[in-house]
Ligand binder design. Structure first.
Ligand SMILES: [Zn+2]
Length: 844
């Protein structure tokens, strides 16, 4: 779209303080790093300065590919005035870069100093210099004509990282001056849209600066920003993403991922428990209603439900990671690192091509091909799942660069007790200060997560007292830590294990986190397969075809199609999943996210499901069929490889067995939450006040908004009575679906019947989707009013259908049709918002 502004567009603080060979000395860590000043929470860890942590092994390989690929070549790929061109407004030119330059520089700076690469530093410096040298007298920075608080927020992160790496004296007074300007002007020009959504970023940097300078006004600024932002604490705690009517911001998944950190950023200044629990509650709600196997929620771009053919945007992945990285410093909770690793090791690499030249705007858990075409997503882009430097809308291609460098930057933190803590693992080397200003180097020698062992080697100039806190992954079975060969006691999965002692040069820690194979329940009773932090997906042979070559050598758009079958269901025989699966390990390659060379593969038995194929649009597969599924095919052995090692994949697997669909009675009052296995196809659906509602899709560019449906996919009724409360809240119609099969996104993308009421036309209409076309079977007039609750009842017997309204004795509409004999029940709206409740289905 042209105009970005209008674009639509256990938790237990599992701290286990176990001191070994205890040292009673507590050091003032403030001599090493700048921690929270009072009155802020004194128990918060801080980032080590950018450049303190270097990547090694496979992780270094990702960064090097970024340098040679999408990040290093970005200025050549996007040279326009409005993008990264010489005429960018972030270099004083006439372009309109808005968020694009700040997004890019944020990731570029982090990559440049993590790699210690002069060329990349040089690329970043011109943007940093122009920004620092062109602050206006009033304090505003960035393009003077750009009247928007939001794009300045990612640039703050770039400046913070840059300062930590270089100590450039210009940064602190520059940010101080800007924040004074911001505080003075926010009342007259309050946060709106993206800024109102993403103010947590601004707050985080204001707190960082407060700790540097002690300027009290910065705490007032934090308060003001929090008050002007969306009430994210309530939104996450109470699952209110869809409560804002036509305003898309709180249901825009990138915002939701990015703002996850806001309550915890604010919790540093306000001790109310609600701020400390909001993120975890929010993630629980998101995963319940929109969760995907790779550890986050779908969003295309609105929150999009649990269907296996819904997408995850690249921006969501990197923002969700950054939120968890910030959260891990505020809460010492091992669970946060578990969640971070899951997204980093699965969702993140899945968004990129193996050479880090291309990304896809959306990835789908069951994405069996990557081709041009429309899906019907709320924000739909024909190039949205195409591997390209230009996939989808132009946000991800600028924002994605921070993913891996920020993972490295945030994996180790300095703790206020004078020590260090590991948030997330990987091959790295860290140089830091511990104890009384003592330099330490720790090498983290591992192929983790492709390996279960991690060796930490300490280099010190003299013996030093300090605590080292290690996250013990919650999934690990009998985790073990050895210190110089001696096994340590009381190491428990899901806790933070703190070793406080006098450390000597050459000390060695060996961590062993045995990984167990387990299954996770996904949409339509399907399963995803995990081993440790990794999610595994079907290995699909594929053919890539260049569909467009770009002027920058070596960059092209690829269409990827499967050349081997993908429609498999797993044969688990009710046994332990770990017994059904064999693990095959091969030598660790340079890049383990290259599917062909990936070092860990899983083998298990499966059967094909012939009736499961491509959806009507031929772009995506049908959603995974409801499990268990019958199959008379031969048993075959299939191979699973890491989710992130594939460009096309199947990760929500049906299981083979005897079907268990509900066929007698269904009683659903939507009392507590969105019921499991009510799956939505198109538009948005949400739970509020003991009822289910279709969401507003104002500003949506996709056609999924027309004919938005929610299907109880685990039901199969043939002759029955079906009654529900239907309340149409806007123009358009709403009603009941029945005998539905093969639902997909799109008004008539299903097989089955629908009867709807329309308050504007006063029509009750029954029809069917036949060959994806709407066919009216019968209609009648009835004085239906808007915002009025109707008991709509349908009796289906053979090919006879009778419709009753509000307890009428006589059918107000009767119809006959032979096409569909049985199927699921569901609810649907057509160009309307509506509320539904009290669903009762009884077999006749
Ligand atoms: Zn994006």
């Amino acid at each position: 779209m042209e105009n970005h502004n209008n674009r639509l567009t256990k938790r237990i603080l599992s701290l286990s303080f176990i001191g070994i060979i205890c040292s009673s000395v507590v050091f003032a860590q403030s001599e090493n790093y700048v921690f929270n000043r009072k009155p802020l929470d004194q128990n918060v860890s801080v980032q080590l300065p950018l450049g303190s942590i270097k990547a090694k092994g496979w992780l270094l390989k990702q960064l090097e590919m970024q340098k040679d690929g999408a990040t290093g070549m970005a200025e050549d790929l996007y040279p326009e005035d409005d993008n990264l061109g010489k005429n960018s407004d972030w270099l004083g030119g006439k372009g309109s870069g808005w968020e694009r330059v700040p997004y890019y520089v944020k990731g570029l700076i982090a990559l440049a100093y993590t790699l210690d690469d002069a060329g990349l530093k040089n690329k970043a410096q011109k943007y940093i210099d122009w920004t620092l040298n062109n602050q206006q007298a009033n304090g505003l920075f960035g393009p003077p004509k750009m009247k928007d608080w939001w794009p300045r927020m990612p640039m703050m992160y770039a400046l913070q990282s840059y300062y930590e790496a270089t100590s450039d004296k210009r940064v602190i007074p520059f940010l101080t001056k800007y924040f004074k300007y911001e505080l003075a002007n926010l009342d007259a020009d309050p946060l709106k849209e993206w800024g109102k959504s993403r103010a947590g970023d601004n707050m985080e940097i204001a707190i960082w600066l407060y700790n540097k300078t002690g300027d009290q006004f910065l705490l007032s600024l934090v308060e003001k920003l929090k008050n002007q932002a969306y009430p994210w604490t309530d939104i996450y705690s109470e699952n209110q993403f869809f409560f804002y009517g036509d305003d898309f911001q709180p249901k825009h998944m990138v915002n939701v991922a990015q703002a996850l950190k806001l309550p915890l950023v604010y919790a540093q200044a306000n001790a109310l428990p609600i701020y400390r629990t909001a993120m975890a509650k929010g993630i629980e709600h998101i995963m319940h209603d929109h969760g995907q196997p790779e550890g986050l929620g779908s969003g295309t771009e609105f929150l999009a439900g649990r269907s296996s053919t819904q997408g995850v945007e690249t921006c969501t992945v990197v923002e969700w990671m950054q939120s968890l990285e910030t959260a891990a410093r505020v809460l010492s909770d091992a669970n946060i690192g578990d969640q971070l690793e899951k997204v980093a090791f699965n969702a993140l690499p899945a968004q990129f091509s193996h050479d880090f030249k291309n990304h896809t705007y959306y990835t789908l858990p069951n994405q069996v091909q990557g081709v041009w075409g429309e899906h019907g997503f709320n924000q739909d882009y024909a190039s949205g799942i195409v591997s390209s430097p230009y996939s989808g809308y132009g946000c991800c291609r600028y924002n994605m660069h921070m993913g891996w460098p920020y993972y490295v930057k945030n994996s180790w933190v300095a703790t206020p007790d004078g020590g260090l803590a590991i948030v997330s693992y990987g091959p790295m080397e860290v140089e830091a200060l511990v104890g009384e200003h003592k330099k330490i180097k720790i090498t983290e020698d591992t192929n983790y997560p492709f390996d279960e062992q991690i060796k930490l080697g300490l280099t010190l100039t003299s013996a030093t007292d300090f605590p080292l806190s290690l996250r013990i992954p919650s999934w690990s079975i009998k985790p073990e830590i050895k210190l110089n060969g001696t096994v340590l006691k009381d190491v428990k999965a899901g806790e933070i294990y703190k070793i406080a002692r006098t450390w000597n040069n050459g000390d060695q820690l060996e961590l062993n986190f045995p990984m167990q194979i387990k299954s996770q329940q996904e949409v339509n009773n399907s399963v995803s397969i995990e081993r440790g932090p990794m999610v595994y997906a079907l290995e699909i042979s594929s053919a890539s075809k260049i569909i467009k070559e770009h002027s920058v050598k070596g960059f092209a758009d690829y269409e990827i199609k499967p050349t081997s079958p993908w429609n498999y269901g797993l044969v688990l025989n009710n046994g332990a999943i770990s017994k059904a699966i064999k693990i095959e390990k091969t030598v660790m390659p340079e890049n383990p996210f290259d599917g062909i060379k990936t070092p860990i593969k899983l083998k298990l038995k499966a059967k094909r499901i012939p009736e499961w194929g491509m959806a009507y649009n031929n772009i995506s597969a049908f959603d995974v069929p409801f499990s268990p599924v019958l199959s008379n095919e031969q048993e075959e052995e299939i191979t699973l490889i890491p989710y992130g090692a594939e460009s096309i994949r199947l990760s929500c697997f049906p299981t083979i067995g005897k079907p268990i669909k509900t066929v007698k009675n269904l009683d659903e009052n939507f009392t507590n939450a969105m019921p499991l296995n009510w799956v939505f196809y198109g538009g948005g659906w949400y739970w509020k006040d003991g009822a289910v509602h279709s969401a507003s899709n104002a500003s949506s560019g996709g056609f999924g908004i027309h004919g938005s449906k929610i299907i109880a996919t685990g039901t199969d009724f043939s002759d029955f009575t079906y009654q529900a409360d239907v309340n149409v809240n806007t123009a358009g119609d709403a009603g009941l679906m029945f005998r539905v099969s093969d639902p997909a996104i799109g008004a008539d993308a299903y097989k089955g019947y629908y009867v709807g009421i329309n308050p504007i036309s006063g029509n009750i209409e029954m029809g069917k989707a036949s060959n994806q076309k709407w066919v009216v079977i019968s209609s009648a007039k009835y004085p239906v009013k808007m915002n009025n609750n109707y008991k709509l009842k349908l009796v289906a017997k053979g090919n006879q259908f009778n419709v009753f309204l509000d307890g009428s004795e006589k059918a107000i509409l009767s119809a006959t049709d032979n096409e569909y004999g049985s199927g699921s029940i569901g609810l649907r709206t057509y160009n309307a918002q509506a509320t539904f409740d009290s669903v009762k289905v009884k077999s006749l």
